[in-house]
Write a protein that binds this ligand. Sequence first.
Ligand code: SF4
Ligand code: SF4
Length: 373
Amino acid sequence: MQYRTLGRTGLKTSILGIGGFHLLEIGDDEAAALLHRYLDAGGNYVETAPQYGNGESERKVGRVMAERRGECILATKCNERERDAAAATFAGSLRRLQTDHVDALFMHHVQTGEELERILAPDGALRAAEAARDAGQVRFIGISTHGHPQLLIRALEAYPFDLIMTGFNFYDRFNFPLTEEKLLPMALERGVGVVGMKVVGDGFLWRSAEMAFRYAWSLPIHVMVAGMNTPAILEQDIARAEAFTPMDDAERERLFAESPELGNYVCRLCDKCLPCPEGVDIPRIFTLEGWYDRQMWDGVVRDPGDFWMRQVLRFWFTNEERARAAYANMEIRADACTDCGECEPRCPYNLPIVSKLGHAHYKLTVETAIMGR
Ligand code: SF4
Ligand code: SF4
């Protein structure tokens, strides 16, 4: 197992963390066996949340913590936004986890500015986390979100969080480029511990899982939490963590060029199609398409499994309204394209830019209205 220092917490974490959500899908004994094997292999970052199965995940983790609490960094979360409710929820977490303290308590799934304001307020959930820290029940306080890097940037500006948790993978890097471009350097510069998740994009990157792990661990994140709910998956991920070597630039470029998931649809934000004589900011529009539905609907039906997966995952981060609002504010939008044909030959990834602009415009102006979202 390989280890990194979790920012200014100073904790040494294995690069592979075990996520508690997928323990819901298996029985108590299977979950305990997986956790024991993970710890035996040198893994030491165990995370869960009270929202996972209404405490079931914490309860399963707690059965093992009763024996092995001292061998790991234990993290749980809190999705309450008010102080009293957060305190009550956290008391339940400690009970279920069979411990008197956790190493990390994350404000869970903070998705909007309003939620951030609420947790920061004088009677907000952060006050409960601080009280628990003062009482020795929490060592470090963190915040997690899905697909909203700008929110974590705001959060780090507003409060000295010790830890952040968000998605890092080679697919969504193109949908939420701020995550790697701004959030990650900012967190590292402030000594914030960086906990990754969604290494295989909620399963979407299953064909490229090997490279997905190598990509994520090649970033300067500290630990990647993965869901592992069978012995085979656990062994595979442990082996990956043990064998990990960083990707070099050529491997990274090859992954970006050849990954079937990126294909000839996801914009790699290379800017080589510019300038457009009509002033269409092609990469910006495709980024907003990424916010909207992760550039997952491309008009092609491959097979039922792929179609279903894209439909389930495309709105996973509920960013549609934000994308539409940003698009509405653009002075020159996709419908300014005159199909002059200048940009497409310049795209190294053979994106059908003109038709993709049509898709993006439809998504960002019409589709959600039809779907009533
Ligand atoms: S095809 Fe459209 S987007 Fe491309 S350069 Fe011409 S006007 Fe611009
Ligand atoms: S050249 Fe292709 S991949 Fe690069 S920014 Fe333009 S559309 Fe995106």
